[in-house]
Design a protein around this ligand. Structure first.
Ligand code: NAD
Length: 372
């Protein structure tokens, strides 16, 4: 699929516009701003797949009642060191921080905490939640699934059995957080979404057809693709594949066990009646206060180790060794300064959603030439 032109939108203009769309769609101002903030944060860190591209789909879900405005977590069960919370199908950008803040509070009080979250609307880039815990001085580990959202074939299989099940591990250091955060599918679904909008193509073999043929074609997931219509993965006959053969597949499987079975939010499938309804994120998070291990110098030790790793001689001369979280921090600095590049189709779809709500999109200047 050919790549199309990009339009660069200043970060604050984009954030304000997205907030306006959600306010017009029925969210209170505070929640609209929070959704816009977290979607923009994904774009700023370079994860366009989890950024403002989601706006048309989120608005549709709100209109269809698949996600609800103005919700709060309900604590289903808790002890001083653990909690199981229900997101009540609220926006993930509202429910996510509430669940994470509960884990932070418990780990600050007891040194260690585990929080299971279920029935949350899409919680987006999981790195945001790892960064939130790191900002509070905590290490955190997050296993995530998408109940009702099976998209990924298991190792050795063709049929969808997992969702894209991200894993995130974050830790504070004096130079900023270390944030390992990735989907266990070879590419996140949103990257196929970006590719379907004329953005960067996904690698060959990221998708698999119903007959086992490896593919890079977004139609495997979405069926026939027409203009700006909201992509629906129920229309494709193929599946995404996990990264790392049996290892990535095993990690994806355990995400279902921890975030789906343990939280009782449900696994990605089987989908009742074979028909896709709404999806919800489940997440098991573990929070560790380094000092509670007697590790008074954890942050300094981590910083020193980062320097040691980065001092590895580059395999490609001139290409620096990076540690988890570093690419995101760099992209954030650049995009805060230069603006957020969006595929023309992505921008058109967001503007179409805005116009359907009676909003006039901001004038954002001349589109750039096609970008890689
Ligand atoms: P990715 O493949 O881009 O990997 C990102 C991770 O790799 C980051 O930790 C990054 O710091 C690190 N990294 C990248 N380049 C590096 C380099 N050169 N050296 C060292 N480290 C490097 O991520 P992805 O799999 O495409 O996932 C994208 C996003 O999608 C994630 O934020 C994830 O949380 C999100 N996601 C969310 C859901 C959900 O249901 N909410 C589902 C799937 C994915």
């Amino acid at each position: 699929m050919a790549q199309d032109a990009t339009t660069t939108v200043p970060a604050e203009v984009l954030e304000g516009f997205i907030a306006e769309i959600f306010a017009k769609a029925g969210c209170k101002r505070e929640e609209s701003a929070r959704i816009a903030h977290h979607l923009l944060s994904a774009n700023l860190t370079g994860h366009d797949s989890h950024g403002v591209i989601r706006t048309p789909r989120y608005v549709l879900w709100l209109q269809e009642g698949k996600v609800k405005a103005g919700q709060s977590i309900t604590v289903v069960h808790q002890t001083p060191t653990q909690a199981l919370v229900d997101g009540n199908w609220g926006f993930g950008q509202t429910i996510g921080p509430q669940a994470v803040d509960l884990g932070i509070a418990k780990a600050k009080a007891s040194g260690l905490a585990a929080v299971g979250l279920r029935n949350a609307g899409h919680i987006g880039r999981i790195g945001d939640w790892g960064e939130r815990a790191a900002a509070a001085g905590l290490i955190s580990i997050h296993f995530v699934n998408v109940a009702g959202g099976e998209l990924v074939a298991p190792y050795g299989g063709v049929d969808r059995r997992f969702s894209t099940n991200p894993v995130c591990i974050a830790a504070p250091t004096p130079n900023g957080p270390l944030v390992l955060d990735f989907a266990t599918s070879m590419v996140a679904e949103g990257k196929v979404l970006v590719a379907s909008n004329g953005g960067k193509p996904v690698p060959q073999g990221a998708l698999i057809g119903p007959d086992g043929t490896l593919s890079a074609d977004p139609r495997m997931l979405y069926g026939e693709i027409e203009g700006t219509h909201v992509r629906d993965s129920a229309n494709g006959l193929g599946a995404l594949r996990t990264f790392g053969e049996h290892k990535g597949s095993g990690l994806a499987f355990m995400c279902e066990i921890l975030a789906g079975c343990l939280t009782e939010g449900g696994t990605s499938g089987p989908i009742p009646g074979g028909k896709r309804g709404r999806i919800a994120n489940g997440m098991l998070s573990i929070y560790i206060a380094p000092g509670s291990f007697g590790a008074a110098h954890f942050e300094q030790a981590a910083r020193d180790y980062v320097e040691y790793v980065k001092a590895s001689r580059p395999a490609t001369p001139g290409v620096e060794v990076l540690v988890p979280g570093e690419p995101e921090a760099r992209t954030r600095a650049v995009r805060m300064r230069d603006g957020v590049p969006l595929q023309a189709t992505t921008w058109a779809a967001i503007c179409a959603t805005a116009q359907s709500l009676g909003l006039t999109p901001p004038a954002v200047g001349v589109p750039n030439t096609p970008a890689g």
